[in-house]
Design a protein around this ligand. Sequence first.
Ligand SMILES: [Fe+2]
Length: 268
Amino acid sequence: MLIAQITDLHVTREGELLSGRVDTRKALTLCMKKLSSLSPRPDVLLISGDLTETATEEEYAFINDKLSTLGIPTYVVPGNHDDRATMRKAFKGMALGQDEDPFCYAVDKTEWPVLFIGLDSTIPKNSEGALCPERLEWLKDVLQKATPSRPALIFMHHPPFTTGIAPMDACGILQGLPAFRQLIEDHSNSIAGVLCGHVHRMINSSIYGVPVLLAPSSAHQITFDIDPDASLTFTLEPSKIALHSWTEDNALVSHLIYVDDFPGPYAF
Ligand SMILES: [Fe+2]
């Protein structure tokens, strides 16, 4: 099974550039073009948060319009720039619950070899993340459906580990992390991996042997700077897409591809 993951699209309002210099609407258009060109095509697309910059209905409508040209089953979770209620309207029926409830759900299709779990790690109107007891209780229940031969693949916005990128760690998950890690340990033989975003860089880790993969943005990246006093800056590194393959050996094999061609430092 081929699983595409994009994250941190930060689609802006029409006519606006992000920070005055990044055309995130064009980045999404190019991203869809790249995904459409892949052969074989991904079976599913996961979007791990920060779909929009300001969470307007128009920004989500733009995204849905682009997704409709792709025609791949798509599942989303909110990031700190999103709004649960507006997402519920834009992605009707994806997550149960009332407007402001956490946007959590499982996708359990018997024809697919993994159980997808969309886990909302956000706190409304906050950059920081949280995994409250209610969400963890829900996760514990849904993980009962996962088995070693048909494991769960969790996707969420905030990474459940400290990355070393100080300004992003400062807005990481502030609540529930020890209990989340305990759940991962308890079900480690039934979880294929945890996919996340938020930091706009590729960073990989593991929790009790379970791979935790942080995908870079399909638009703009955050500067690599592991100085503890670093401040938050963007860098115009290429936009990227993560492609995860769940193989017949029950292994998660992950690739990163560029959204657009990049000439690199080579002379031809
Ligand atoms: Fe983001």
